[in-house]
Design a protein around this ligand. Structure first.
Ligand SMILES: Cc1cc2nc3c(=O)[nH]c(=O)nc-3n(C[C@H](O)[C@H](O)[C@H](O)COP(=O)(O)OP(=O)(O)OC[C@H]3O[C@@H](n4cnc5c(N)ncnc54)[C@H](O)[C@@H]3O)c2cc1C
Length: 463
């Protein structure tokens, strides 16, 4: 009760809770992982409040789990060791948009939808990279987990777009990182020692980010979807190479679904954009030629041939052209709304093997296979092994956990890495990791967070 009272003194009675009903929500997420207990939830409204909660937790050695939108699905915001869930949603100001220098400075609770609509209203010529996730997820949470958005095929993953940040360290100091540490602008992370890396990919284990500056990009006037299909999985790596050799795409993803039958092909979805209709038309013609030449190069015929899909259902076309596109297409909602995926970051040449083995895993666990993969430039792919399940059926959820575990293992066997992996996937990574690298991770965490209060259980070596 002393902790509860102290938290009330910091954030006010309305912004702290230890009621069972509210803790129930914060003890689970919408993926397939098992619930874990939270003891308190706090919603700070200012940096000072974040700082005071962290100082209290550090003194009392109480774990803190930072939470943005809570939608990684892999339970990264469900406390492993109880303690405080720090929900950042009250800190939701878009502090500054600097149009000429093309960046947005946001607080940690700003949702993707809020930044998107703010830009559409006030800076219609600029856009940020929006993930295909639900609109309530935060810009900060997404960037910190190395997420990707609809322009990541072109400009890099979303953590590459970070210019700098403000962080409350686990010992309570407020620290600015990037150009804002030396001047008034939040426009670049260097040339300085690259400190943002101390907070990116760490799942909140090294501090609480309170502000973040993200790069913005030109918003085109026109967008169009060009879709090609083939039935030959082995052609995928070479086709991706040829498409990305011509560097004119806004977004690029692959989809496939076993049901309905008409979706059971490999679809290459190319999102093209242009500032004029002529520019768009030119790009469309260039890519049609790329596929034509690819067919000639490979001598492809029949089902192997890359075919232009001219009759894509208008509703589907619209869903792909929306920003964000509806990725949840891969979920089978008839199964009760449960959905989780192993997000594998994979070398492009391993796609055919991953594709076939992913189908085997899905079938083994009685699921249909559905894929939506985003091409990250010409260098890697976010290959999603998607699983839908019925939340109300514990056996079905358990099957999904097994399937996730198998696709996690497969990922590492193929030389890939699990993106935003749950604790089990992190353990697999740590077990395979060069021991000196694992030791370095431990040292970095220990020096920033001597009492181990920040989202403990993540990125730990289990002996
Ligand atoms: C249908 C669906 C589609 C999706 N598609 C995509 C996609 O296309 N691209 C993509 O990138 N993701 C996708 N996702 C995954 C996920 O929803 C997003 O990445 C989302 O943006 C994560 O942000 P969040 O606010 O929910 O993060 P959270 O889940 O709240 O947090 C993520 C991690 O960051 C930490 N964290 C959060 N805020 C802070 C902070 N202020 N300081 C320190 N640490 C913090 C948390 O502790 C946690 O470890 C999808 C999810 C679903 C359900």
């Amino acid at each position: 009760m002393d902790i509860y009272r102290s938290l009330i003194n910091i954030v006010g009675r309305d912004s702290v809770s230890n009621s069972q009903e509210e803790l129930f929500i914060y003890s689970r997420d919408s993926g397939a992982q098992r619930p874990r207990r939270a003891d308190y939830v706090v919603m700070p409204g200012t940096v000072k409040e974040v700082q005071d909660v962290v100082i209290l937790a550090n003194k009392e050695k109480i774990p803190i789990t930072p939470l943005g939108g809570g939608f990684t699905l892999s339970a990264l915001v469900v406390p492993n060791k109880g303690g405080i869930v720090m929900d950042m949603k009250r800190m939701d100001r878009v502090i500054e948009v600097n149009e000429i220098n093309r960046y947005a400075l946001v607080e940690a609770g700003v949702s993707q939808a809020k930044l998107k609509s703010y830009l559409e209203k006030n800076h219609p010529r600029l856009q940020h990279s929006t993930p295909e996730a639900p609109p309530t997820v935060t810009v900060v949470g997404n960037a910190l987990i190395q997420g990707h958005g609809h322009i990541s095929s072109r400009y890099g993953i979303n953590s590459d777009m970070i210019n700098g940040m403000e962080v409350v360290l686990p010992t309570g100091e407020v620290c600015r990182i990037g150009s804002s540490s030396v001047g008034p602008y939040w426009f670049t992370r260097g040339p300085l020692p690259d400190l943002p890396g101390l907070f990116i990919g760490w799942f909140g284990t090294t501090g609480v980010v309170t502000k973040l500056s993200m790069k913005l990009y030109p918003r085109p006037g026109y967008r169009e979807l060009l879709t090609f299909s083939t039935d030959n999985i082995d052609l995928i790596p070479d086709a991706i190479f040829e498409v990305t050799q011509v560097d004119l795409l806004e977004d690029f993803f692959l989809i496939n679904q076993e049901k309905p039958d008409w979706m059971n092909h490999v679809f290459f979805c190319l999102i093209l954009s242009g500032h004029t209709k002529e520019e768009l038309e030119l790009k469309k013609n260039i890519y049609k030629k790329v596929f034509l030449e690819f067919n000639t190069l490979k001598g492809s015929r029949g089902a192997d041939k890359m075919k232009l899909v001219e009759d894509l259902h208008p509703a589907l076309r619209k869903r792909f052209l929306d920003v964000p596109p509806v990725a949840a297409l891969a979920a089978d909602f008839r199964k009760g709304g449960g959905f989780e995926y192993t997000g594998t970051i994979l070398p492009i040449d391993k796609i055919p093997e991953a594709w076939r083995k992913g189908i085997e895993i899905a079938h083994k666990h009685g699921m249909i296979c559905s894929y939506v993969h985003q091409i990250l430039g010409g260098h890697s792919i976010m290959f999603a092994f998607n699983y839908s399940f019925n939340r109300a059926d514990e056996k079905d959820v358990e099957r999904t956990r097994k399937a996730l575990e198998e696709s996690n293992r497969l990922t590492f066997e193929l030389g890939g890495m699990v993106w935003k992996g749950e604790v089990g996937a992190q353990r697999l990574a740590m077990a395979r990791m060069d021991p000196n690298t694992a030791e370095l991770i431990k040292k970095v965490k220990k020096s920033l967070d001597p009492n181990g209060i920040m989202n403990p259980g993540n990125w730990e070596v289990v002996k």
